[in-house]
Design a protein around this ligand. Structure first.
Ligand code: ZN
Length: 390
């Protein structure tokens, strides 16, 4: 099957101008100013995209695909991700993680769910390990999981500076990170250590100490929730300036913003003004996470569920409300996570890469059409492929 997208404004994510994009089955084969004569007897599906922007499919590097939580007891365990939660949000690649609950949420279920999402049409990977150290693994260790299990590309999320963490020590975190590094090197995978940073007083101090005192590269870590409050955000700027990655969480609730969370769209603009390199910044949604809120005594007050749809909303907000150029803003959900996660076929519109593509309305910057592995998943904003139980 050949698909030809005509006359789209291409952001690959760098701006390329008006382009035609041809893909065969699941791979992009050509991107040119004008593709008119394709010498083949294979039928071509032509899509007129004269009113559209074409961008790489979005990558969401932190989703609780089997649900997460729940900090308010069993009835607050959050539900699993459905296929169209991702596709209608333009997300064609996901990394699934366990969350606070590494007891009833298991690596086995995470792996099975990732395979299920792939059977339904999108690309899905997982990290091994859990919030608490010692981490839960599928085999006997982090290294074995990375080396032996294709879908496992990194480790985490491991929690630091959080009252729900295991209060990991310097040595414990270093051991997990070096296992992640070795497993990543030996398997040719990212081996990134996804670090959940809570609102505790130590903030990024453990990661800074590791960067100061060990031989682990600072880019072994992908600290997330960096925008959760003003102070952590400021430390995040310094961490990025010394070479580290910083990941923003796009899912939020009004209560969090009232309590001082930095809105992602605005935070991106501020980081760029502070001259943080754009290549150090990523966004992820924390989709299906429990978003619990606690009072000053640490007592549970309530909970909502994270949404994958927040991922592009914040990128869109950065462009429309904060005047961040689209080609810059798009990087945080396309080429940058592809690089962090070492996903060579993702995050760019280039010949040979996967045909994961999003068409956006040029005027409104809303998601119109989504292709995952060359297949139309969403058309005119409406899902045409649904998950098994949708
Ligand atoms: Zn987290």
């Amino acid at each position: 099957m050949l698909t030809l997208i005509k006359n789209a404004e291409a952001y690959a994510p760098e701006y390329l101008g008006k382009k035609d994009v041809l893909f065969a089955d699941s791979k992009i084969i050509l991107i040119e100013d004008c593709i008119d004569h394709v010498n083949t007897s294979i039928p071509i599906h032509v899509v007129d995209a004269a009113h559209d922007i074409i961008a790489p499919g979005f990558i969401d590097s932190h989703v609780h695909i089997i649900g997460g939580g729940g900090e308010g007891g069993y009835k607050t365990r959050t539900p699993e991700l459905m296929l169209t939660d991702a596709t209608t949000a333009g997300v064609t690649t996901i990394v699934g993680v366990l969350g606070t609950d590494g007891t009833t949420r298991r690596m086995e279920s995470l792996l099975a769910k990732a395979r299920g999402l792939e059977e339904e049409g999108i690309s899905c990977f997982i990290h091994t390990g859990s919030y608490q150290i010692p981490v839960k693994t599928l085999t006997t260790s982090i290294e074995e999981d990375l080396i032996l299990i294709d879908k496992i590309i990194g480790v985490g999320e491991i929690a630091i500076s959080d009252h729900r963490s295991s209060e990991p020590t310097f040595e414990e975190l270093v051991k997990a990170a070096s296992a992640a590094r070795n497993g990543g090197i030996l398997s040719g995978k990212s081996g990134i250590l996804e670090v959940h940073v809570g609102d505790g007083k130590r903030k990024l101090s453990l990661l800074n100490q590791i960067a100061d005192e060990t031989d682990l590269p600072i880019r072994q870590f992908h600290p997330t929730h960096i925008n959760r409050n003003e102070e952590l955000f400021k430390e995040g700027i310094q961490f990025a300036k010394r070479g580290g990655y910083v990941d923003f969480t796009t899912s939020t609730i009004p209560y969090f913003l009232e309590e001082g969370e930095v809105k992602c769209s605005k935070g991106l603009r501020i980081m760029l003004e502070e001259e943080v390199p754009i290549s150090s910044i990523t966004f992820s949604s924390d989709g299906q996470a429990s978003l619990p809120f606690f009072d000053d005594n640490g007592d549970y007050k309530g909970l909502q569920v994270g949404k994958v749809s927040s991922l592009f909303q914040e990128v869109r907000g950065a462009v429309l409300e904060e005047s961040v150029p689209l080609e810059t803003a798009l990087q945080v959900i396309t080429s940058n996570p592809a690089k962090v996660l070492k996903l060579a076929n993702k995050g760019h519109i280039q010949p040979g890469k996967d045909a994961d593509l999003v068409l956006l309305d040029k005027e409104t910057l809303t998601i119109k059409t989504v292709f995952a592995q060359g297949k139309v998943m969403v058309k005119d904003g409406v899902p045409v492929v649904k998950g098994t139980f949708e």
